[in-house]
Design a protein around this ligand. Structure first.
Ligand code: CTP
Ligand code: CA
Length: 228
């Protein structure tokens, strides 16, 4: 897709999407990660590009094809993702679907950790930067800032609190309970709740690309309403 081919409700807009997990190294062969597949974020990037937006997709390590018309930047760690997001600004809309690792190993070993006869090694962790929080308080804050919240309990309540704490406009909350291996993470369908300034909408379970298309419709309508 050439820039000149872009038309649709998001024509002329720059949409920034983060997707996938991050990998936080422990030693040269091990890392901390999570079950995020990146599918929901890739579907949103695809839907935004199909709606005419210029799309930057900052992707953690995932096995997915780059959607047509999307500029993809691959990263490994949360700090790499934070830098790539900062470099991609300004954006009209940011959709932060990435399951960023909350912690990284404080000391990354140069050599593979070896089993010794002594006790297992303790892993010291430190907190990663919160990319959504820094966007929320940035002087380059996108006009529409959307976070995701993967929760296993108190889904909507936690999402509401996250919306305020992170100064996001919307939080898309999804219930990722369901047990190891049976969760939404990695699956094709998603059941989400859209938490906005005016309340909570419960969307029925649907394929992730339908969630993406519906969210992109809402984004286009919101930008139009704000007339910016
Ligand atoms: N997020 C982020 N950077 C982080 C952690 C989270 O940008 N270091 C973003 C995610 O991409 C998501 C939103 O913040 O859009 C919420 O992520 P979540 O993990 O649900 O929230 P946390 O604040 O990390 O809270 P917790 O994991 O303890 O529930
Ligand atoms: Ca988290």
């Amino acid at each position: 897709m050439q820039d000149g081919d872009r038309s649709g409700p998001l024509e002329g807009r720059h949409v920034l999407v983060t997707a996938g997990p991050t990998h936080e190294p422990i030693d040269p062969v091990r890392y901390i990660a999570n079950r995020s597949s990146g599918k929901q974020g890739f579907a949103i990037a695809a839907a935004a590009a199909a709606a005419g937006a210029r799309v930057t997709l900052v992707a953690g390590p995932v096995q997915l094809e780059t959607p047509p018309g999307v500029t993809r930047i691959d990263v490994q760690t949360a700090r790499d993702m934070a830098n790539a997001v900062r470099d991609a600004l300004p954006a009209d809309v940011a959709v932060m679907t990435a399951a960023v690792a909350d912690w990284r190993a404080s000391d990354v070993m140069d050599q593979k950790l070896k089993k010794r006869s002594s006790a297992p090694p303790a892993l010291r962790l430190e907190e990663n930067p919160d990319i959504l929080v820094s966007l929320g308080s940035s002087d380059k804050r996108p006009a529409l800032l959307i976070g995701f919240a993967a929760e296993t309990e108190n889904v909507v309540e936690n999402a509401r609190a996250k919306r305020e704490r992170k100064r996001a406009d919307w939080i898309v909350a999804n219930d990722v309970s369901g047990g190891v291996g049976k969760s939404v993470m990695g699956g094709a369908d998603n059941r989400v709740h859209l938490v906005t300034e005016s309340g909570v909408e419960d969307w029925p379970e649907m394929p992730k690309d339908r969630v993406a298309a519906r969210l992109v419709e809402r984004i286009a309508a919101a930008l139009e309403d704000r007339n910016d």
